[in-house]
Design a protein around this ligand. Structure first.
Ligand SMILES: Nc1ncnc2c1ncn2[C@@H]1O[C@H](COP(=O)(O)OP(=O)(O)OP(=O)(O)O)[C@@H](O)[C@H]1O
Length: 275
């Protein structure tokens, strides 16, 4: 992913780095207001195949809002979102899912009254119904193939032992992993994770980073991530973009962004030369 911004800071932002592959997701001149509050200001973004792009920035910079606009949870106030060159700006999230966008949320959204297994099975059924295959939600019982696929995903994500546990009583880390399993059940090409390690212990966080790294490799996904933990940011990111008051002020390879004096001042809270 490449983030650009056509403000006075534009020359600092992305554009210089080579793209990884063809562009999957693109935002052009995106603004997002909540009533009178202007949150996103002229954000431009390209997500290329195989990129792992982390959007960082202080609290309230607009990271979650950017995710919502990209995934179709919210429409942009103005500007364009395209998926493989198709304008999806006004398309709802579920239609973008069908086109390969999978996302998780800052606060995990799982069906609390359902078991882990049923949560994943429902995602698989939704995917199949979306593709027009089998009975989907109208099927009287969940086909064996779906159960097997769900169990496979749960095993892969280390959740087999809690397959019969209700979402409501899962531990925080397990719930985040379950949400990841549900996203993967949709067989996305683009995985969008909004603060995937938020609230985790250092041990769980390290495990989550390894898991995300493996999942992205195994499934050849392109990754868009927001994250506050700098360890996670630098372990997972191949490109970072800094959002500040809704504008992309710096974008580039992690080492370049880390060394940028403006980033140190506005985000890391350090002056240049005081690493
Ligand atoms: N539904 C809403 N209505 C009004 N203002 C909102 C709404 N959602 C977010 N905001 C405001 O928009 C700004 C950006 O919020 P957003 O959640 O996108 O930032 P963020 O960078 O993800 O923050 P954090 O790192 O704390 O999660 C904040 O000032 C927030 O208060």
């Amino acid at each position: 992913m490449t983030l650009h911004n056509e403000t006075s800071l534009a020359s600092r932002a992305a554009g210089a780095l080579p793209a990884h592959g063809s562009t999957l997701l693109q935002a052009r001149d995106v603004f997002k207001n909540y009533g009178p509050i202007k949150v996103l200001k002229n954000v431009n973004l390209d997500l290329a195949q195989g990129e792992r792009h982390v959007v960082i920035g202080p609290n309230g910079a607009g990271k979650s809002t950017l995710f919502k606009v990209l995934s179709g949870e919210l429409p942009p106030t103005s500007g364009t979102i395209t998926l493989r060159n198709e304008d999806v700006s006004t398309q709802k999230g579920y239609r973008r899912v069908r086109k390969g966008v999978g996302r998780s949320f800052q606060v995990a959204r799982v069906f609390l009254e359902m078991t882990a297994l049923d949560n994943v099975a429902v995602s698989i059924e939704a995917r199949e119904a979306n593709c027009g295959r089998n009975g989907g939600f109208l099927a009287l019982s969940t086909p064996r193939a779906i159960i097997d696929e769900a169990l496979g995903l749960l095993s892969d994500l280390g959740l087999y032992a809690v397959k019969d546990t209700q979402g409501a009583v899962l531990a925080h880390g397990d719930r985040k992993r379950l949400e990841l399993a549900m996203s993967l059940a949709l067989k996305p090409k683009i995985l969008m994770l909004d603060e995937p390690t938020a609230g985790m212990s250092p041990t769980d966080r390290a495990a989550a980073v390894n898991l995300i790294d493996r999942i992205v490799r195994d499934n050849q996904l392109s990754l868009l991530l927001t994250e506050h933990d700098m360890g996670v940011v630098f372990q997972l990111g191949t490109r970072l973009s800094v959002l500040h008051y809704g504008e992309v002020v710096v974008s580039g390879e992690p080492d370049v962004v880390r060394a940028d004096p403006l980033v140190r001042e506005i985000y890391l809270g350090r002056k240049s030369g005081h690493a």
